[in-house]
Ligand binder design. Structure first.
Ligand code: NDP
Length: 244
């Protein structure tokens, strides 16, 4: 494995779930982590737990000036940016006929446009460091399912953007990794406004061994820790109790 010691990472959506676990795992590998999200108090807990290896930055990925400020803070504080983890996201489920269009807009603005803004603002620094962009997508970025139409659309979009970016920047030494988690126990399903979907998720969580945020963090660290000549393009991680 390549060494991650001394590298600088910016992790979006680091205040809970998968982003928090990735920030913690990278810090344990000696990476200086800048953790971004909107809930400052949750970020402060993470900073306190990780003792100096993680700093917090206020970040709303839907706001272009907030995105620029967060990237400038990371580079200003540490002089470089080696890893961007584009993880911030939300999932609001509902059948198309009952969907709230504001929810669609929020999901596309956060999951898809937000990660595109982050990639755009970080890219000059990743080109300079010959760094790595980790994009957290989903199994919903590969297979769409009922009630998850807009969520899947945002995640399919993420996959398309990441692939185009990978083709553009590979020759310049930047690696693009797409991580596709299956059902992971986090706060994500708390946002599902559709009661039926929330109940289905709760039932599934009782019936199977779900993934943990740490399982996904291991996959992300594996990908970024590879030697420079190895590009791990895509990692699909499913709970082994679920075939689909
Ligand atoms: P959580 O709800 O625990 O985490 C979501 C994170 O995104 C929070 O830290 C939240 O921080 C952040 N976030 C949301 N909106 C914004 C915003 N506008 N600006 C900045 N940060 C934002 O859920 P997960 O950990 O599960 O989700 C993380 C990623 O993993 C998402 O992209 C999700 O789609 C993906 N994923 C999750 C799966 C699962 O089963 N849990 C499966 C597949 C993919 P804050 O509210 O403080 O801003």
């Amino acid at each position: 494995m390549g060494t991650l010691q001394g590298q600088v990472a910016l992790v979006t959506g680091a205040s809970s779930g998968i982003g928090r676990a990735i920030a913690t795992a990278l810090a344990a590998e000696g990476v200086q982590v800048v953790a971004g999200a909107r809930r400052a108090e949750r970020l402060a807990e993470l900073v306190a737990e990780t003792g100096g290896a993680v700093t917090a930055v206020d970040l709303d990925v839907t706001d272009r000036s907030s995105v620029t400020r967060a990237v400038e803070t990371a580079v200003g504080d540490h002089g470089r940016l080696d890893i961007l983890v584009n993880n911030a996201g939300l999932m609001i489920t509902a059948p198309v006929m009952r969907a709230d269009l504001d929810d669609w807009e929020r999901m596309v603005r956060t999951n898809l446009l937000g990660s595109m803004y982050m990639a755009h603002a970080s890219l000059p620094h990743l080109l300079e460091s010959r760094g790595t962009l980790v994009q957290v997508s989903s199994t919903s970025g590969r297979v769409a399912s009922p009630t998850a139409s807009a969520y899947a659309a945002s995640k399919f979009g993420i996959g398309a953007f990441a692939e185009a970016l990978r083709l553009e920047v590979t020759a310049q030494g930047v690696r693009v990794v797409v991580v596709e988690p299956g059902f992971t126990a986090t706060e994500l399903t708390d946002h599902a406004v559709d009661a039926e979907s929330r109940e289905l998720a709760a039932q599934l969580a009782r019936a199977i061994r779900t993934l943990t945020p740490e399982d996904i963090a291991r996959a992300a660290v594996f990908a970024v820790g590879q030697p420079r000549h190895v590009s791990v393009g895509e990692i699909l991680v499913r709970p082994s109790d679920l075939a689909a």
